[in-house]
Design a protein around this ligand. Structure first.
Ligand SMILES: [Zn+2]
Ligand SMILES: [Zn+2]
Length: 146
């Protein structure tokens, strides 16, 4: 799916949710959509400055907050970075596989993993509010290159 198509879909979602998809939010959305793998807020700010020279850290953090709330991006907790998600139309279970060598992040959507996790938590009387399931290792390409 092209950036234009993704942007159009996101704009529609925002319209339905009655939230404002401002030009800065759209710029950050497009930068995230073009980026392969996870990106830190700092690197994102450097890229945004090429489009908006006056952009400051709060500019990026506010835009990222918005994108996170709408489900357009995910936070990669173990990298303190952000990952674009094409599946923003619906809430979905998520697990991440992160390559330590090339930085590739593979997003999995296995509902069984999350529900098993939730059931284990319930056995301990624990109610999960938010969770991140992330694994680090080496991707197929990096494994075969070694
Ligand atoms: Zn996702
Ligand atoms: Zn790799």
């Amino acid at each position: 799916m092209s950036i234009e198509q993704l942007l159009a879909r996101a704009a529609l979602v925002c319209q339905q949710r009655e939230v404002r998809f401002t030009p800065t939010r759209q710029n950050v959305f497009c930068l995230m959509a073009q980026h392969k793998g996870a990106i830190s807020a700092y690197d994102l700010l450097e890229q945004l400055k090429t489009l908006e020279p006056n952009a400051k850290p709060p500019t990026v953090y506010r835009a990222l907050d918005f994108l996170l709330t709408q489900g357009f991006v995910h936070k990669v907790e173990s990298l303190n970075a952000f990952l674009f998600c094409e599946h923003f139309d619906e809430h979905h279970p998520m697990q991440l596989l992160i390559c330590n060598d090339c930085g590739l992040v593979i997003e999995l959507h296995d509902a069984a993993i999350n529900s098993a996790f939730e059931q284990q938590a319930l056995l301990h009387g624990f109610a999960i509010i938010n969770q991140s399931i992330e694994a680090h290792g080496r991707c197929q390409q990096c494994s075969s290159a070694a």
